[in-house]
Design a protein around this ligand. Sequence first.
Ligand code: ZN
Length: 72
Amino acid sequence: MKQLLFTTALLVLTSFAPTSEDTNVYICDNGKTEVYHLDKNCSALRKCTHGVKPLKLSEAKAKKLRLCGLED
Ligand SMILES: [Zn+2]
């Protein structure tokens, strides 16, 4: 049992550990955005009326989002 707890704790710690490639990006939280932004102050993001949501780059890629045209 102790061994199992230790393994579980280790797995949890590992999944939360930030990797160098997992940078923060930002999306307009309108539920249908197809792009992510590296710059929180991007002029395209400022037009967003639904609020800006921070996201990990890996999550953005998992959602098949592409980099904002202004930052490409
Ligand atoms: Zn942008």
